[in-house]
Write a protein of this length. Structure first.
Length: 273
């Protein structure tokens, strides 16, 4: 019998996850179906419940429900989801809802593996303090950058996120005015600004020689953030498509016990852009 999986979010029609998981299933011979499910903030919990009731085996969770899934749905929390306080992968098994977060490992596999850009010893700026930033922060810290600065329009939100990791002496938090005079080797846009074709108020001169500008948004070409990074001399630019495929592969491994090869899937998706 075909096992059912889905991605839930709002908006969701643009999602490439069904195509990605269909390719993973074809490649590995796993008998699954994978669809996209729309929900609202009010219906999110009930929609997931309905999916479980219909025999669903697991779901990916995307914007804007990752924190909500952590707070209200998961009965068992994997350590990396507990650290992030955000869930992007749900597994329904033996009456339990197991919450995990594959965003951090997906980001690092793309940055360090696909882009060959090691994080250790680098000066890193993480833009945003919402669910996307929370999902990748623990994994970034584990790579031991020399500096990791969280920047957010609301500095209180950035500081709140900073305070969750008191042992990390290299972790700091600021608003955008506090970036003046600083330079970074890796700048990651984990805000929703690119979805709205906006650019946060980043200062000029912040990209160090050889820097990578990375936008978690994908499928929009050169976003305002990536345009800014290029204009400021960033040596490398990347959108979040690689992260999307890599975090999906980690979810697939959790659900099916086999890790698919991400390279042909990324090549296929890049060919469609």
């Amino acid at each position: 019998m075909t096992d059912r999986y889905a991605v839930i979010g709002n908006p969701i029609a643009h999602s490439k996850s069904p195509l990605i998981h269909a390719e993973f299933a074809r490649q590995t011979g796993e008998d699954i179906s994978y669809t996209a499910v729309l929900a609202t903030r009010e219906t999110f919990v009930s929609v997931v419940g309905d999916f479980i009731g219909q025999g669903g085996k697991g779901m990916n969770v995307t914007v804007p429900f990752k924190e909500k899934a952590w707070k209200y749905l998961a009965t068992d929390i994997a350590p990396r989801a507990a650290s992030a306080r955000a869930v992007n992968t749900l597994t329904f098994k033996d009456g339990k809802i197991i919450g995990d977060n594959t965003d951090g490992v997906g980001l690092l596999r793309d940055i360090e593996g696909n882009l060959e850009f090691p994080v250790a010893g680098r000066r890193v700026l993480l833009m945003g303090a919402g669910g996307a930033a929370r999902g990748v922060l623990p994994a970034l810290l584990n790579q031991r950058p020399s500096v990791l600065n969280i920047v957010n329009r609301s500095v209180d939100k950035a500081r709140e996120l900073r305070e969750r990791f008191p042992a990390s002496e290299n972790l700091s938090a600021t608003d955008y005015t506090g970036l003046s005079g600083s330079q970074f080797d890796l700048v990651i846009n984990a805000t929703s600004s690119s979805m709205n074709d906006e650019l946060p108020p980043l200062p000029k001169g912040m990209f160090a020689a050889g820097a990578l500008g990375y936008d978690l948004m994908y499928g929009r070409g050169l976003t305002p953030f990536l345009e800014f990074a290029r204009s400021q001399g960033a040596a490398k630019l990347a959108d979040g498509l690689g992260m999307l495929v890599e975090q999906a592969a980690e979810s697939f491994l959790i659900w099916r016990g086999v890790r698919p090869d991400t390279r042909p899937v990324m090549a296929m998706l890049r060919g469609e852009e």
